[in-house]
Design a protein around this ligand. Structure first.
Ligand SMILES: Cc1ncc(COP(=O)(O)O)c(C=O)c1O
Length: 416
């Protein structure tokens, strides 16, 4: 018995798996880059590839105490039992206060706990996108959002907050593609992959466009707490509430996450939105996984209540120093013609190489000759453009490693 070249038929058993899969599976493809990056767990590689927190900064002891406490005494039954799809009520209550500190007045009915914000993106794709509908996204945008939405077979159009395309143009373009515009997806603070932050004028422009098209806005706030410079800008949801008078009349769906601040492995995020949206998401969660792990929600609740601000302050100091080291190293080692973003927060610097460069070939060369890894930018573009871009993450490398890695990368670019 042998797998055939078509990648599925087993001689003698004859199951044509791709033929059986739904059409939505056609757009689920392993990225070549991910496959390449899997090979990078070698000690001599300096990696700027993963957009993940530094594990040395996890509040592991606090989690140890929180988990022990959740599994002791009265709470242990609840910690290990089935629970409600909305999420652990004390955590939702804590999030009501957290959202208030961001300018969002809401109640626990406006919050559902998700298994990471990635789950929220999947559910929102499922909730809004019929096949052929259009999602407005940045060029580039978070790859995981494209992967989540792709399962629902949408079309994409480019969200350019400060561009001059009219709502009518967006509407007609979507109609010509066989559907309607359903939402605009944006990360307003320290976006993945660019590190860029939308000024308040761009946020207002997104809300204007959404209003004119009468669509939802999905605000991905995964990195929002990680600001190193400048003043906080109100989230899209807060601006929307200011316009419309309250969360129930707001069109913005805010997706938050504890992954970048406390711990991604516990898979705890949340959605904050008008209650009709939350009610539908709750039904979706019931059907998908019933609820997020209660024990994890309890641990997150305890650790966040005891010291969210202190933890954020600690990690910000480390990441800020690494960001500074990366920007300084880029200025020292990159040749003329290369440009990069100067993020006020988050984990990423986005580098644009001169036309003609190909990020994927550069990665192959860079790993081979200089043992430095990064993510080629093309995968972040819904239209397949952006070959001359790369994403660098500064979150997991020491300042010395950053200096050395960027020096090596500079040599690869000069040779390319
Ligand atoms: C912009 C953005 N949104 C959402 C996520 C998903 O994070 P999580 O599901 O861990 O909350 C990530 C993870 O890297 C991200 O970069």
């Amino acid at each position: 018995m042998q797998a055939d070249a078509g990648g599925g038929t087993i001689a003698g058993h004859g199951l044509d798996w791709p033929g059986l899969f739904a059409t939505r599976a056609e757009r689920m493809k392993a990225s070549e880059i991910r496959e390449l990056l899997k090979l990078l767990d070698q000690p001599d590689v300096i990696s700027f590839a993963g957009g993940i927190p530094d594990p040395a900064l996890f509040p592991a002891e606090a989690f140890g105490a929180a988990l022990t406490s959740a599994l002791t005494g009265d709470s242990k039954g609840a910690a290990l039992q089935y629970s409600v799809s909305e999420g652990y009520k004390p955590l939702r209550d804590w999030l009501v206060s957290r959202m208030a500190s961001l300018g969002v007045e809401c109640s626990a009915d406006n919050i559902m706990i998700t298994s990471g914000s990635q789950q929220a993106l999947d559910y929102l794709g499922k909730l809004f996108l019929s096949k052929g509908d259009t999602a407005l996204v940045g060029w580039p945008t978070y790859l995981g959002a494209l992967q989540a939405f792709n399962a629902y077979e949408p079309k994409y159009d480019r969200l350019t907050p400060l561009g001059n395309r009219s709502a009518a143009d967006y509407r007609e373009t979507a109609q010509a593609k066989g559907g309607a515009v359903k939402f605009a997806y944006a990360s307003a603070d320290f976006a993945n992959p660019t590190g860029e932050t939308l000024p308040e004028s761009a946020r207002a422009a997104i809300l204007d466009l959404a209003e004119a098209l009468d669509i939802a806005v999905i605000e991905d706030a995964a990195y929002q707490s990680l600001r190193y410079d400048g003043d906080e800008i109100p989230p899209l949801l807060a601006l929307d509430i200011t316009r419309t008078g309250g969360i129930e009349t707001s069109r913005t769906i805010y997706c938050g996450s504890f992954s970048k601040t406390l711990a991604p492995g516990l898979r705890v995020g949340w959605v904050c939105a008008a209650s009709p949206v939350i009610s539908k998401l709750v039904l979706m969660k019931q059907a998908a996984d019933l609820h997020s792990a209660t024990l994890n929600q309890m641990a997150i609740h305890r650790v966040a209540s005891d010291g969210f601000e202190a933890q954020v302050k600690k990690i910000k100091a480390t990441y800020q120093a690494r960001r500074d080291a990366m920007l300084a190293a880029l200025a020292r080692h990159m040749p003329e013609g290369v440009t990069w973003t100067k993020p006020d927060g988050g984990m990423f610097v986005w580098v644009t190489l001169p036309e003609g460069f190909d990020g994927a070939s550069l990665l192959a060369e860079s790993i081979k000759t200089e043992r430095v890894a990064f993510v080629p930018g093309k995968a972040f573009f819904a239209d397949g453009s952006g070959a001359n871009t790369i994403r660098l993450s500064f979150s997991c490398a020491s300042e010395a490693m950053i200096e050395e890695g960027i020096k090596r990368l500079g040599r690869v670019v000069r040779g390319g």
